[in-house]
Design a protein around this ligand. Structure first.
Ligand SMILES: C[S@@+](CC[C@H](N)C(=O)[O-])C[C@H]1O[C@@H](n2cnc3c(N)ncnc32)[C@H](O)[C@@H]1O
Length: 397
């Protein structure tokens, strides 16, 4: 290809990969942005440089990337441009002090799976599936001792532990379904979900630094292949499995982005401390959708079954019949969300419930009817009596 055929975007990527000075990158980015480091130029930098696949596999020096980012941000600010949050996030990850990094450590949670849960797993997943699910009872996660690290995503939260117990006991709620977790944090729940035969599992978080850690945790638990301390927000090329990590920031997500997940089951733990950005995302993800899979795994539960399910209390240790993505008989799928929340502030919970109702969604508290057996010892700060699980969905008529 002649020199004249090379686009400015390619020159930009090439300059970054060969570690050219920040001034060269700024000059090329200005060419892309019509003379300034515009939003478009920043987006191009993000895609062509910081999420470049070659860079992801063979990262340049941190000091170099830090310097480039600093100069780009400063220049864009001086030019009066709004700087993309992603650039700020990357910058803050690279500027983590040694002290912050030292607060990171590993925690291993031992799951002691009771017979009742084992037999449920066997029923739903078969012997082989059950063995695969419980093969590793230890879940090791990199965490931070600073609870606010990574927008709180570096700590293991009690509702995440409880939701792990819940899905272990109710694998039928996710088996064969396309599942999406909001605010995955360290991945405590995601690790278990990945073993329960979902047709697809997308773990999301808004914080890039948390996503870097999440990917690390999935790799040390044998779920994703290791890819270094990098993260890119589009599809995960290093991942041969059906598990993906994606950035999903509630404040900026579009309906198109939400639709692209095609999620049938939505999961979340300890997310409703500020329901304002969460509820619209939930409403967007739960919107009924056409069953694009034709004869999908997703059993389209009939209206009769629905009625039975909603009112079932069969006395069997609070276990109810599975209720998943619901069909309305017209080929529409009604996704379902399961959200666990430690109740720290009743007013926040009430606000969440009222926002959900105003969004036209139905909410059922299933904590008492679907109480799972304990799989975990009494860990410090893990008080099951403080946690509620809500099922949220659009009524199908
Ligand atoms: C309290 S932590 C819970 C983490 C995990 N679910 C657990 O139970 O251990 C909340 C998570 O939600 C994410 N989060 C908070 N606000 C968010 C937002 N506006 N958009 C996307 N993710 C957000 C945080 O980054 C964090 O990982």
């Amino acid at each position: 290809m002649g020199r004249q055929d090379v686009t400015t975007e390619e020159l930009l990527a090439g300059a970054f990969l060969s570690m050219q000075p920040a001034s060269t990158l700024i000059s090329l980015a200005r060419d892309v942005g019509g003379g300034i480091i515009s939003g478009y130029a920043q987006q191009t930098l993000l895609i062509k440089c910081f999420r470049n696949e070659v860079y992801m596999r063979y990262p340049a020096s941190k000091a170099y990337v830090r310097n480039v980012l600093k100069n780009i941000i400063l220049t864009a600010e001086q030019e009066g441009q709004e700087v993309l949050d992603d650039l700020y996030d990357m910058h803050s990850i690279l500027f983590q002090t040694e002290k912050q990094l030292a607060e990171r450590c590993y925690k291993t949670i031992t799951f002691m799976i009771p017979d009742e849960t084992i037999s449920n797993l066997t029923c739903t997943l078969g012997d082989e599936g059950m063995l695969k699910a419980v093969e590793r009872k230890l879940v090791t996660l990199r965490v931070s001792l600073n609870m606010l690290d990574g927008d709180t995503g570096y700590s293991i939260w009690p509702a995440g532990l409880f939701l792990s117990e819940f899905f272990l006991y109710y694998p039928e709620l996710v088996k064969g379904y396309s599942c999406l977790e909001l605010g995955s944090g360290t991945g405590i729940c995601g690790v278990w979900l990945s073993r329960l035969s979902c047709s697809k599992l997308v773990l999301t978080d808004g914080s890039l630094s948390t996503l870097v850690n999440l990917r690390h945790n999935l790799s040390i638990n044998g779920i994703l292949q290791p890819s270094g301390e990098n993260f890119h927000t589009t599809q995960d090329v290093n991942n041969p499995s059906n598990v993906e990590c994606r950035q999903l920031l509630w404040e900026t997500a579009t309906q198109e982005e939400l639709d692209s997940f095609n999620a049938e089951v939505i999961i979340g733990a300890d997310l409703i401390y500020d329901p304002t950005p969460l509820v619209p995302i939930l409403a967007g993800l739960l919107r009924p959708k056409r069953n694009s899979k034709g004869s999908s795994n997703c059993s389209q539960v009939t209206q009769d079954e629905l009625t039975i399910n909603s009112s079932t209390e069969n006395g069997e240790v609070g276990k109810v019949l599975p209720e998943k993505s619901k069909g309305d008989g017209n080929g529409l799928i009604y996704p379902v969300a399961y959200l666990a929340q430690a109740i720290r502030n009743v007013t926040t919970l009430e606000l969440f419930i009222s926002m959900v109702s105003r969004a036209g969604l139905e909410l059922i508290d299933v904590t008492d009817t679907m109480k799972p057996p304990k799989c975990l010892p009494d860990l410090d700060g893990f008080d099951r009596s403080q946690i509620r699980i809500h099922k949220v969905f659009y009524p199908s008529s």
